[in-house]
Write a protein that binds this ligand. Structure first.
Ligand code: NAD
Length: 469
């Protein structure tokens, strides 16, 4: 008979949702057990996602800026890339942060168990170390994994998902990226900056489907000369191993070579929730048709003792959404009237330039047939953008046409990811364009473009002549 112990709260999965929930619960006086298949907390975000990719994107940016610098009178020699050290840098960042998280577990007396667990009944988990745990409450935060459709499956060391691509085993001469979404563009950029000839194939008519086109255009303009080729409206229907590499069969119009061969292939066509193999049916936890755990606004599942947060509980699959849901779930367990109803969840594509948006987008407004007013401030009118040679950017506000309350913000440009938080605050606080205009932004900064975009709406922008209609 397996030994069974009792836990007040078990958090299953130690990613940014799971550990945030575990830490808050401990801070609020609960006895918490955090179970994760990895030795340390951090989850996919820290080990094989957000953090290592950003460490590599920082290096990519440095390489690209060094190339740009010739226009400002600084010539660098061709960089010598020591791939072991590049990997080492990324690994060191991951190691340090994961050790810090383990330290924070200890400080808070959160019991961290390195094991895989599955539900055996509505209140019990079985661990692969032979023990069982009964719980009063459980928060499922098991995240998501890369999807690989059957047509793109191939048993080849040349075929990579995002996890394998982040290992950066080599810099292939040629790389096919299947999928022009977040991962395809971020990692495609890393490999292109390091010297690979990158071909991106995107199924739909544009990169980053769903994102407003005026935000995507400046990014595409910068990626086109950097990538070997970007194919839109094109499908990769088959991958085949050959002696010289992986042969991809492409379907679409305007393709020069329908069967190009690549040294490596990265498949980045989406992620699926990690909800299978958890025994959720035995726990009475229902899934939706896409495999996400069904949750209510408190993040409670169909089992009142079990909550679910993060990627496994629905889109958008973003770490900061998981973090906030984790807090809501803990507060709900504590009996507080907490719900997850944000007006604005920011999204950032960490390419160069970055794209960031929050709240209502123009694309979404069109879908909803909702009347909006849009103000755009091009960075070609920003002094700061000139000083860094990045005038391709754009900041835009989407406001209610009557009240001029800010409903959404979109930015493309250097540091857009840092700047979007002001937009999130504006949307959450129901600020008006006037409020943003009255907010003094420091000069000269890129953040001024948020003030000036509201001035555009009011017809009072200093650096653009656009009288109010
Ligand atoms: P994605 O949904 O962003 O993009 C996948 C792309 O692949 C889509 O554009 C889709 O049209 C295309 N596609 C699908 N099948 C194809 C085929 N056969 N041939 C060509 N193209 C095809 O998915 P992703 O890039 O894998 O990222 C998954 C999720 O991970 C994202 O939705 C996001 O939630 C998260 N993520 C976030 C960040 C970030 O916050 N910066 C970074 C990476 C990943």
């Amino acid at each position: 008979m397996a030994e069974t112990t009792e836990s007040e709260l078990i958090v299953l999965g130690g990613g940014p949702g799971g550990y945030a929930a575990a830490f808050l619960a401990a801070d609020r006086g609960m006895k918490v057990t955090l179970i994760d298949a990895a030795e340390r907390p951090g989850g996919a975000c820290l080990f094989v996602g957000c953090i290592p990719s950003k460490a590599l994107l920082h290096i990519a940016r440095l390489l690209l800026e060094a190339r740009d610098a010739s226009a400002w009178g600084i010539e660098f020699d061709e960089p010598r890339i020591k791939l072991d050290d590049v990997r080492g840098h990324s690994q060191k960042v991951v190691d340090t942060l994961s050790k810090n998280l383990l330290g924070l577990c200890k400080q808070r007396k959160v019991e961290h168990i390195n094991a895989r667990a599955t539900f055996v009944d509505p209140n019990t988990l079985e661990l692969n170390n032979g023990t069982k745990r009964r719980f009063k409450h459980c928060i499922v935060a098991t995240g998501s994994s890369p999807t690989r459709p059957q047509s793109l499956s191939l048993n080849s060391p040349r075929l990579m998902d995002s996890t394998a691509a982040l290992k950066l085993e080599d810099i292939p001469k040629s790389l096919l990226v299947v999928g022009g979404g977040y991962i395809g563009l971020e990692l495609g950029l890393v490999y292109a900056a390091l010297g690979s000839a990158v071909t991106v194939v995107e199924l739909t008519e544009g990169l980053l489907p769903g994102v407003d086109r005026d935000l995507v255009r400046p990014l595409q303009g910068r990626l086109e000369p950097l990538f070997q080729k970007i194919y839109l409206n094109t499908k990769v229907v088959k991958l085949q191993e050959t002696k010289s590499g992986i042969k991809a069969t492409l379907e679409g119009e305007e393709i020069e070579d329908r069967e190009p061969v690549f040294e490596r292939v990265l498949v980045a066509v989406g992620r699926r929730p990690n909800s299978a193999d958890l025994g959720l049916d035995r726990a009475g936890v229902q899934l939706d048709e896409k495999g996400f755990i069904r949750v209510d606004p408190r993040r409670q599942t169909s089992n009142e003792h079990i909550f679910a947060i993060g990627d496994v509980a629905g889109e958008p699959m973003l770490a900061h959404k998981a973090h906030h849901e984790g807090k809501v779930a803990v507060e709900a367990i504590l009996g507080e009237p907490s719900v997850f109803e944000p007006r604005a969840i920011p999204a950032v594509v960490f390419t160069d330039p970055e794209i960031a948006w929050c709240g209502l987008t123009e694309t979404e407004a069109k879908k909803q047939k909702r009347e909006i007013k849009v103000a755009r401030f091009p960075w070609a009118a920003s002094g700061r953008a000139f000083t860094i040679g990045r005038t391709e950017g754009l900041t835009k506000l989407i406001v209610d046409p009557e009240s001029e309350i800010v409903l959404g913000v979109g930015i493309v440009g250097s540091e857009a990811g840092e700047m979007i938080s002001e937009g999130v605050l504006a949307v959450e606080m129901a600020a008006t364009a006037q409020d943003l205009s009255l907010t003094i932004h420091p000069h000269p900064t890129l953040s001024e473009t948020l003030g000036e975009s509201s001035d555009m709406l009011l017809g009072t922008a200093t650096h653009m002549y656009r009288p109010k209609k």
